[in-house]
Design a protein. Structure first.
Length: 68
């Protein structure tokens, strides 16, 4: 299967980066660090806060009706 021009460019870029790393000690090779992502999205955090602040008894599963 033939490479597309886009794949060829990406492969060449990767090969150049790997070539620069060759022969250097592990600690000397610079790695790009990605910013850490939160384990839960902002939407869910807001939804949980809204639910617990506006309707705290509902969020805890407590019924206002008391069964006697």
């Amino acid at each position: 299967m033939a490479q597309t021009p886009q794949q060829r460019r990406a492969n060449n870029t990767f090969a150049k980066a790997e070539e620069r790393k060759r022969g250097k000690p592990q600690g000397e090779v610079l790695r790009k660090e990605k910013p850490a992502k939160a384990p839960i999205s902002k939407t869910w955090v807001c939804k949980c806060l809204f639910t617990s602040l506006i309707r705290p008894s509902h969020a805890l599963g407590i019924s206002r009706c008391s069964a006697e």
